[in-house]
Design a protein around this ligand. Structure first.
Ligand SMILES: [Ca+2]
Length: 175
């Protein structure tokens, strides 16, 4: 038994490191290098900020201004898919756009080496169309040979309300 313990500890630490999203729980105390949050690109801090309740810290957009904050993940050849998960809470949703996708969402789409959106379906997202308490959304993004990156982004498009995002994870499924 003595020799098994260190192996179990190692396995647990590897599992925790599986999330390819940096600061997906918005708990980092590191300074943001671009936009509102450490690890995330762009995302105007005037319109998306850290919020907290009890011991939970999360990202909030609440002023009706479309925000986009994202991370790009380089796809490795040994991956066949990515498991995507996010917790999203929406309160007071009022849609102000005419397109069906103009709602708060977590978007995860793949691009090829030329930067074109590829995959089937191409545009994938967790679209929130009605108020909800914290809800965990999960999906599998299948990787095809032409994909080089997956961009995961928080988007609110044309909508008003209080939109909260937390625990965003992307974990690879090996071939
Ligand atoms: Ca959090």
């Amino acid at each position: 038994m003595r020799r098994i313990l260190p192996v179990l500890v190692l396995a647990a630490s590897l599992a925790a490191a599986d999330n390819l999203v940096i600061n997906g729980d918005f708990a980092s105390t590191e300074k943001a290098t671009s936009g509102a949050f450490y690890g995330w690109n762009e995302g105007d801090p005037a319109h998306i900020t850290l919020a907290s309740e009890k011991n939970q810290t999360f990202a909030r957009n609440a002023d009706g201004v479309h925000i986009n904050t994202y991370q790009d993940i380089a796809i490795r050849p040994e991956w066949k898919a990515l498991n995507v998960s996010a917790k999203i809470r929406v309160k007071g949703l009022e849609r102000t756009g005419s397109e069906i996708w103009m709602v708060p969402c977590l978007q995860f789409l793949a691009r090829n080496a030329s930067g074109e959106v590829v995959g089937e379906p191409k545009w994938t997202k967790f679209m929130i169309t009605a108020d909800q308490d914290w809800t965990t959304h999960t999906a599998v993004k299948t990787i095809s040979a032409d994909m080089t990156t997956v961009r995961i982004s928080i988007e609110t498009f044309a909508a008003k309300g209080v939109f909260d995002f937390d625990d965003i994870t992307v974990t690879p499924v090996l071939k």
